[in-house]
Ligand binder design. Structure first.
Ligand code: SF4
Ligand code: SF4
Length: 91
C-alpha cells in the first residue's frame, strides 16, 4: 500500500505536488493554505479526520500525517517538485 506522507511543519501549500500528480490524487486545501490528498482516495479515514481536525483550518501545524493511498503509482513526481521536502512516499 503506497503511503503519502505530508509534513505540515514544512508544507507551504503552493500545490506544485498536486499539479504534477499524474493520477490527480492530491489537491489544495479549501482555504489554500495546505496541500492534501483527495478525500475519496484516502483509505485510513482516521488520519483524514485528524487532518481536518488539527491542520485544515489552522495556519500552522506540527503534524506529519501518513495517508494510505492505494491509487498512488509511486512515480515520485510530487517528491521531485517539492522544494520544501514536505512530501514523501513509502511503499
Ligand atoms: S509541493 Fe511540497 S510544499 Fe508545495 S504544496 Fe506540495 S508538499 Fe506542500
Ligand atoms: S508518487 Fe506520483 S502518483 Fe503518488 S501521489 Fe506522488 S505524484 Fe501522485
Amino acid at each position: 500500500m503506497p503511503i503519502v506522507i505530508y509534513d505540515y511543519t514544512k508544507c507551504t501549500g503552493l500545490a506544485e505536488c498536486a499539479e504534477v500528480c499524474p493520477v490527480d490524487i492530491l489537491e489544495k486545501s479549501g482555504n489554500g493554505r495546505w496541500c492534501k490528498p483527495v478525500d475519496g482516495e484516502v483509505e485510513n479515514k482516521d488520519v483524514l479526520d485528524k487532518y481536518y481536525g488539527e491542520v485544515d483550518s489552522k495556519g500552522e501545524s506540527d503534524l506529519v500525517l501518513r495517508f494510505d493511498m492505494p491509487s498512488c503509482i509511486e512515480c515520485m513526481t510530487c517528491v521531485a517538485v517539492c522544494t520544501e521536502e514536505a512530501i514523501e512516499i513509502e511503499s
